[in-house]
Design a binder for this molecule. Structure first.
Ligand SMILES: NC(=O)c1ccc[n+]([C@@H]2O[C@H](COP(=O)([O-])OP(=O)(O)OC[C@H]3O[C@@H](n4cnc5c(N)ncnc54)[C@H](OP(=O)(O)O)[C@@H]3O)[C@@H](O)[C@H]2O)c1
Length: 359
């Protein structure tokens, strides 16, 4: 017997398109392996939507993918229309058991996500913003196990499933979590370790597309802080974002002005960073940008870590998370892998969809 599970997706950008492609590519496999037919009922970007209550056809999804990749909005697409907001889409398309996927990068989805839950839907998020609003919002979204959010931390690295379904569910006691959760900041800190200048590294990361258009969005640490907050809340700690200590990699005086000015001004940081790297090396350590959770508190910032520790051995843009627990000691449980990119993120999203659909 095959069970059809309707999908409603908010967001059709890099990750959103990779999710649709993955759903299409795996449909025969999942039908054979799990008796599961994942069927897109609604798909939308910031302006347009396609809704087909009996399921958007394979060929139409392929055409929508091609149109979107060519820069067209779904509002201009042949089967699409200009939508009036996500609440309207939920009201039309939601039904008990449908899965709503949030692959936007905005907190504007929260009302529609809550409305979808009230109509019996289940939720899969790659978008961190809804989970990092007030704790009360997190609690309401996560009230009864109909939410999964693997891709919000470590993209395709199964951080959340390991934490919830292995560690917490086994009764293990988590003493400390350490994570390098930004590929951009991993690139930067391993470059510093290799003796490169801070400003040149930031410029190179920018040119390679590793940073946001304004690199300060990465270097400020808020993206890592959001991931740390999601981990903290997953542990059951009712923290707010402003309770996380965040160390930015640039001083406040470089916080204003245009991105181009920042790239020039960052040269002033070459010497202080070179000295910090040398001081760490003299003590057998290296610098990494680490999220640390312990004793109900979370902080993110530059840490001196032993060269022979899992975090100290990490190179390049990979993500790593180490769980120090009652069971996993003295050697922590370590997960490492590619922590960004649309394909890995889409894999994390699809694994969540399948996990919910198989319940
Ligand atoms: N890329 C990664 O490696 C990675 C890893 C982990 C998690 N994530 C998360 O995944 C999410 C998506 O990332 P991305 O790289 O795909 O971003 P993106 O390319 O900017 O795509 C965002 C999509 O959301 C749509 N959108 C924005 N506001 C909307 C609204 N109010 N209603 C409906 N749709 C709206 C955009 O519409 P338009 O197309 O009309 O602009 C776009 O299609 C983000 O939250 C990101 O943090 C990404």
């Amino acid at each position: 017997m095959t069970i059809t599970v309707p999908l409603i997706q908010f967001g059709f950008g890099n990750v959103g398109r990779a999710v649709v492609e993955r759903v299409l590519r795996t449909r025969d496999l999942f039908e054979w392996r799990y008796g599961l037919h994942l069927s897109y009922r609604a798909l939308c970007d910031s302006r347009g939507a396609i809704i087909e209550m009996d399921g958007i056809r394979y060929g139409d999804l392929q055409r929508a993918l091609a149109a979107k990749a060519a820069g067209e909005s779904l509002s201009e697409f042949a089967l699409g229309y200009l939508h009036q907001g996500l609440l309207d889409i939920v009201d039309i398309a939601a039904s008990e058991g449908a899965i709503v996927i949030d692959v936007t990068a905005t907190d504007e989805t929260v009302p529609a996500l809550l409305q979808a839950l009230s109509l019996g839907c289940r939720l899969v998020l790659a978008n961190k913003k809804p989970l990092t609003q007030r704790y009360e919002t997190f609690r309401r979204l996560n009230a009864d196990g109909r939410l999964r959010y693997e891709a919000t931390v470590g993209a395709g690295v199964p951080v959340i499933a390991t934490l919830t379904e292995n560690l917490i569910a086994s009764g293990d006691v988590i003493h400390r979590i350490e994570g390098c959760l930004s590929g951009t900041l991993g690139f930067l800190t391993t470059g510093l370790q290799a003796g490169e200048g801070f400003a040149a590294l930031v410029r190179r990361a920018h040119e390679l597309g590793y940073t946001e258009p304004d690199p300060r969005d990465d270097l400020g640490g808020m993206d890592v802080a959001r991931k740390a907050l999601i981990l903290a809340r997953t542990l059951g700690w009712p923290l707010e974002l402003d309770q996380i200590a965040v160390e930015a990699l640039f001083p406040p005086e470089l916080g204003g002005g245009a991105a181009a000015d920042f790239l020039t001004g960052a040269a002033a940081l070459d010497e202080p960073y070179r000295r910090r790297v040398e001081a760490a090396a003299a003590a057998g350590k290296t610098l990494r940008y680490v999220a640390t959770l312990s004793d109900g508190r979370a902080r993110v910032g530059l840490e001196e870590v032993p060269l022979d520790s899992p975090v100290g051995r990490l190179q390049g843009t990979d993500n790593l998370i180490a769980f120090h627990t009652e069971v996993y000691r003295p050697t922590p449980l370590v997960l490492q892998g590619r922590g960004a990119g649309a394909q890995g993120t889409a894999a994390g999203v699809l694994a969540d969809i399948v996990a919910l659909a198989r319940r």
